[in-house]
Structures are given as structure tokens and as C-alpha cells.
Ligand binder design. Structure first.
Ligand SMILES: [Zn+2]
Length: 443
């Protein structure tokens, strides 16, 4: 008899491996890892400390949100709609100058809670040059898997954080020693130079040096629309991607978010250097940043994962919306309904998104993978009748159809209830603090 910590039993398994779907199967978890996933007939006799009954439900790897900004962006959600990108960034910046620890901690907690309840088990955070510590604190309460990218900038809108950025980079070894691989190994730190229009050549090169020194990943915004494209062309005479290539930044440790405005040469450079792309279709459409050349990127062999971006631009931390919108926007743009199948969308939200944030050990249900697992109820009016689980998940399901969320072998959401957080009290406190922040920022 094998003793396991957790068994998720009797569900339809979407393995996200070559095995595909198992109509009725069980996932066994020991500690932080999956030890088996398949039909009961294939499993060893086992005894589980905890069992989640998933009969009639779908069991799949949790979503990896490979580009987001939670703490700051939760506080900006719904505040400045219908604005141009650079105007929008400006008013966000006024609020950001007035952030305080407790307001950010509550906002981070709200973002983590929203993601956990929506089946997002790992996320790639890009901090826009403000304090990381409130989110570190919130991650103790809602223990998702996180890569926290320290945000850096030194020109333009963010020029006044320049001195801080260089200081932080000089002492990054201390940050790595303290935080990297902490929280039971669930937490990693990364470097997040903001964008080509907010960082100088000197800052990019410094980030590359520090990343190489500590073997860290780099997570940035790249080629997010024509304004950036023209700025880099005017300033450096090349495309944003070519400029980063000149600076030696393109490599397998780089996650580039957005990438809507790419030339064929840019795409070749990205493929050649195994750059990972975080695709945020809703944010791109809402901010009119253009349409990412997804077909060309995928044909070139570039890893493309789906991501929500921050709630300031996407508004919800909901990968179901991202799958649906991503599929239909590219189908419509290419006038090709066969482009991006439901299975491809699910892969881009799980396995490929995990790879895009440098977590190849997540995103599929297979032995030795980390136990980041969700159970989704598709027995809903908006999914009925039940023909095809993948179609239901991509086109009909909603975040609140997620029943259970397991991260690193730990049940974080059970029967739609987030363990350890009083959500109603959190909402009330956040509402009051956000109102005070808005008043003192004059926005
Ligand atoms: Zn972003």
C-alpha cells in the first residue's frame, strides 16, 4: 500500500501531456509532487491522507499566469478606463507615488485570492518599481507559486526611481540570498527592467550582468505597440527587439510580454535565442496595442504562453477569458476558424505558460511534476450539454467554476472556499484603503 498525501479521484483528467485526456482517472500527490496520474486500474494500491472527489468534474494542471502585476494594478482597476497607453501610465504613476505598505499588502492579497479562486496556481509578477515586500507578506497567507520580478527603470516617466534601481541591483545578491527559492521553494526572484522606453542602455546591461551573476530570469515588456516601436526607431535606429539583441539581452532566460509589433527579423531573433513570449490578448486589444503575430511566432518555434497582464488593463485575473478572447481574436484577424484549436489554447494557458515563465516542472499532470492541480466543474448551464471538456473550458467556463485549487501539494481552495482568508472582510478593508489612496493622490 502506497501512502500518499493527497488523491484527486475519479475526474476527467486533462493531462497536458502526449497522453491527452483520461476519461476517468486519479492524481496521486506525495509532498509537493505528483507521483501518478491515470486511470485507477493503472495506479498502485494507495492510502491517502486527504481526498478530493472529482467525479463528473475536470482535473487539470493549474493555470500559469506568465505576465501580471497584481499589487499595484489591483489598486488601479477600473480607475482610468478609455485612455491612451501613455496617458494611462501617467495617472497610474500618480497613484503609485502614494502607495503604502498596508494598502499594497491588502491589494496583493486580493489579487492572490482572485487568482487562487480562478485556478491560477503560478504567476510571473512584474513590479513597476515599487516595494516587493507587501506581496511577499501576502504570499504567506495565499501560498501561490510566484516569480517576483523586481521592477527597474531610469528614464522617462519613471526617471526618479533610477537611483533606487542601481542601488537595488548593486545589492541584488542579498535579495537573492534572502528570497530566491524561499517559501518552500515556491518563490523565485527575477529582474524586471520595465521597457525599452523607460530603461537606458546602461540599465539594461546592468540587469543582464546581475541576471548572469545569479542565474536569474529577466521579465520585461517588449514591442507593445507602435508608440514604443517609433520611439526606439527614432532613438536607436532599430526595432525594440533588435535593440535588446544588440545589448545582449535576448536569451532563453528572457520572458517578453506583449510583442505585438514585430518584424519577421524580430521573430527570427526571438526563435534563435529561445526568448519566451507572454501573450496578453485582452490587454493588447483594450489598450489598442495591436495584434501579436501568433501564427508566425508559433511556426518559428517560439514558446508562447497566455497571461492576463495586470487588472489595470485586463481588469480580471481570469485565464478562461484570456483563452476565449485569444482564440477568437486571432481567428477573426486571420479569417481562419481553424487557427488555434481548443487544445492549443489550453496548452498555452497551462504547459506553455509555465514554460514561458521558466517552470517546466509545472503545467502538466505527470509523475515528478509539481502538484499544481485544479478541479473545474463543467456541469453548468453555460457549459451544457457536456460533449467536449476542452471546448467547455475554453469557450464556456468561468473563473468561478473552479472548485478546488492545489498548489505545491497543498489545498489552497476547497469547495470554492479560499483557506485562511475572510474574503468579505478583505473586500471591505481594501475598498476603504483604496478610497483613501485615491483622495490623497488627487486622481
Ligand atoms: Zn504588463
Amino acid at each position: 500500500m502506497v501512502k500518499v498525501d493527497l488523491a484527486v479521484t475519479g475526474g476527467e483528467l486533462l493531462t497536458m501531456t502526449d497522453r491527452g485526456t483520461v476519461p476517468s482517472g486519479t492524481v496521486l500527490v506525495s509532498g509537493q509532487r505528483i507521483i501518478a496520474a491515470g486511470p485507477e486500474s493503472e495506479l498502485p494500491p494507495y492510502e491517502a491522507v486527504e481526498t478530493l472527489d472529482a467525479r463528473d468534474q475536470v482535473v487539470m494542471p493549474g493555470f500559469s499566469n506568465c505576465h501580471t502585476h497584481i499589487g499595484s494594478n489591483v489598486l488601479l482597476r477600473g480607475l482610468n478606463e478609455d485612455a491612451k497607453l501613455f496617458e494611462w501610465l501617467q495617472s497610474m504613476w500618480r497613484l503609485k507615488k502614494n502607495f503604502d505598505f498596508e494598502t499594497l499588502r491588502l491589494a496583493s492579497l486580493a489579487g492572490l485570492a482572485e487568482m487562487a479562486l480562478a485556478g491560477i496556481t503560478s504567476f510571473n509578477e512584474h513590479f513597476d518599481a515599487y516595494s516587493v515586500s507587501p506581496e511577499l507578506d501576502a504570499l504567506k497567507t495565499v501560498p501561490l507559486r510566484a516569480t517576483l520580478g523586481y521592477g527597474f527603470a531610469d528614464i522617462g516617466l519613471y526617471a526618479d526611481v533610477g537611483p533606487w534601481a542601481y542601488e537595488a541591483l548593486d545589492r541584488f545578491g542579498e535579495i537573492v540570498a534572502e528570497q530566491h527559492q524561499s517559501h518552500g521553494g515556491r518563490l523565485r526572484v527575477a529582474l524586471s527592467p520595465h521597457a525599452t522606453y523607460s530603461c537606458t542602455e546602461q540599465l539594461w546591461r546592468r540587469c543582464a550582468e546581475v541576471a548572469a551573476e545569479h542565474d536569474l530570469t529577466i521579465h520585461t515588456h517588449l514591442s507593445e505597440g507602435l508608440q514604443e516601436y517609433r520611439y526606439v526607431a527614432d532613438t536607436h535606429g532599430v526595432t525594440p527587439t533588435a535593440w535588446l539583441h544588440q545589448l545582449g539581452l535576448l536569451g532563453p532566460n528572457l520572458t517578453a510580454a506583449h510583442c505585438t509589433t514585430l518584424t519577421d527579423d524580430d521573430i527570427s531573433l526571438m526563435a534563435e535565442h529561445d526568448v519566451k513570449v507572454a501573450h496578453c490578448p485582452i490587454s493588447n486589444a483594450k489598450l489598442c496595442s495591436g495584434i501579436m503575430p501568433i501564427r508566425k511566432l508559433r511556426e518559428a518555434g517560439v514558446t508562447v504562453g497566455l497571461a492576463t497582464d495586470g487588472p489595470a488593463s485586463h481588469n480580471t485575473l481570469d485565464m478562461f477569458q484570456e483563452m476565449k478572447f485569444g482564440a477568437i481574436t486571432h481567428k477573426n484577424h486571420h479569417l481562419d476558424p481553424e487557427l488555434l484549436t481548443v487544445d492549443e489554447m489550453l496548452e498555452m494557458a497551462t504547459r506553455e505558460a509555465a514554460r514561458a515563465m521558466h517552470l517546466p516542472e509545472a503545467g502538466s499532470l505527470a509523475p515528478s511534476q509539481v502538484a499544481d492541480i485544479i478541479v473545474v466543474d463543467i456541469n453548468k448551464l453555460h457549459c451544457a450539454p457536456r460533449y467536449d471538456a476542452s471546448a467547455a473550458l475554453v469557450y464556456s467556463s468561468r473563473a468561478d467554476d473552479v472548485v478546488h485549487t492545489v498548489v505545491d501539494g497543498q489545498v489552497v481552495v476547497k469547495d470554492r472556499r479560499l483557506i485562511g482568508v475572510d474574503v468579505a472582510a478583505l473586500l471591505e478593508e481594501l475598498r476603504d484603503r483604496a478610497a483613501a489612496l485615491r483622495t490623497r493622490s488627487g486622481v
